[in-house]
Design a protein around this ligand. Structure first.
Ligand code: FES
Length: 106
């Protein structure tokens, strides 16, 4: 099964299984990863699933929707790799994707 590597704000590295088609907010919650809240349940309306995707993976992800871009404008520390994990569904080509989690969701 494909894997996702989450790097918690504490520096702890969590490598977990990610079923194809499952969004990466839900994968984090399924595995008790610290730093993803997912308050809106994945409807792109809370931005508490913010993460920083490593640059090498950005080209393999679907483009942001207008709603995701709007929501990311409100996070405390946006960076070039900022994405909302609920908007990223696991695909085979994303196996090994690395996402760092921000301080605001600890
Ligand atoms: Fe709310 Fe992703 S879980 S925007």
């Amino acid at each position: 099964m494909p894997k996702v590597v989450y790097i918690e704000h504490s520096g702890a590295v969590r490598e977990v299984d990610a079923p194809l088609g499952r969004n990466l907010m839900q994968v984090a919650l399924d595995n008790g990863v610290d730093g993803i809240l997912g308050d809106c349940g994945g409807s792109c309306s809370c931005a508490t699933c913010h993460g920083y995707v490593d640059p090498e993976w950005l080209g393999k992800l679907p483009p942001q929707t207008e709603t995701e871009t709007f929501m990311l404008e409100g996070v405390p520390d946006p960076q070039p790799g900022s994405r909302l994990c609920c908007q990223l569904r696991m695909q085979a080509e994303m196996d090994g994707i690395t996402i760092r989690l921000p301080a605001e969701q600890v």
